[in-house]
Structure formats: C-alpha cells, structure tokens
Design a protein. Structure first.
Length: 149
C-alpha cells in the first residue's frame, strides 16, 4: 500500500498537469479515516491542496474528529452516516462543519432489515403486526407516478 504522502504527491502532480492543460480531474473514491485521524488529516489536507473540490472522509467515529477534519480544510467535507455505531443528526454534523452527507447502502440495509423482521415475525409468531409500520399502497403509488408538468 502506498503511504498517504506518496499518494498526495502523485495526486498533486496530476492535478497540476490537468490544470495546466485546462482539463478537469476526478478522484472517483478515496477513503480517508483510516488508519488514524493524523493520517486522515494529512491526506485530506493534501487532497485539498492538490485541487480537490470536495473531500470525502468516511470512517470518522466522533464529532470531534469530524470537526477537526472540517476545520482543517477550506473545501466541503462529505461524511458517511448510516453505519452502526455513533449516529449524529444533520444539525450536529452541520455544526461540526460537514457540507455533504452520504448514506451509502444504509437505507437499503434498513429496508432489508424491516423485511427480515417481518418474515421472522410470521415464521416465529404467526402474526402480522409488522404491517402497522408498512407504507400504504397509495403512498407507494404516489411515488411511482410521473408528475405532470
């Protein structure tokens, strides 16, 4: 694995080449937050200095770490929420300096969790109380219709 400093030097050089040629560059996915907050800070700062427009730092586990990353750069920081463990509100994240929030596959996992709980209820208890939490057919249909312009 290449060290963050080596990666950031290479990224900086590539962004400089792109700027010189008038082209845009995209870093499709870089994970900050591992292996340490110090490494994350070095990497995020290097990416910002290299010209990244948005910094993605999933894996930060405390508001203090999120706040530190956000305050270390003058670019928008995106964090990942919806994982098990510490959860924060949109308001708390905004107060920490977060500008963008990703949820990854957490909403799909939440839906699958509801499905599995319902199936277990029927199998283990023979009841159908899960339906009290279900979205109505009318609401589902409302989401599926094309708005008229």
């Amino acid at each position: 694995m290449t060290a963050p400093a080596a990666n950031s030097t290479r990224i900086s050089q590539r962004f400089a080449e792109l700027r010189a040629s008038g082209e845009l560059g995209i870093i499709a996915y870089i994970t900050a937050g591992d292996p340490s907050l110090d490494a994350t800070l070095r990497f995020v700062i290097a990416l910002a200095e290299a010209g990244a427009d948005v910094l993605y730092a999933p894996g930060l586990t405390s508001l203090e770490a999120i706040r530190e990353v956000c305050s270390s750069v003058d670019k928008p920081v995106n964090v990942l929420m919806g994982l098990q463990g510490a959860t924060y509100s949109v308001e708390e994240l905004a107060a920490a300096g977060v500008k963008r929030i990703s949820v990854g596959g957490s909403m799909a996992r939440a839906a699958l969790g509801a499905f599995v709980r319902a199936a277990r209820e029927v199998k283990e208890k023979g009841t159908f109380t899960y339906a009290t939490e279900a979205i109505s057919h009318a609401e589902v249909s409302g989401y599926m219709t094309t708005p008229k312009l």
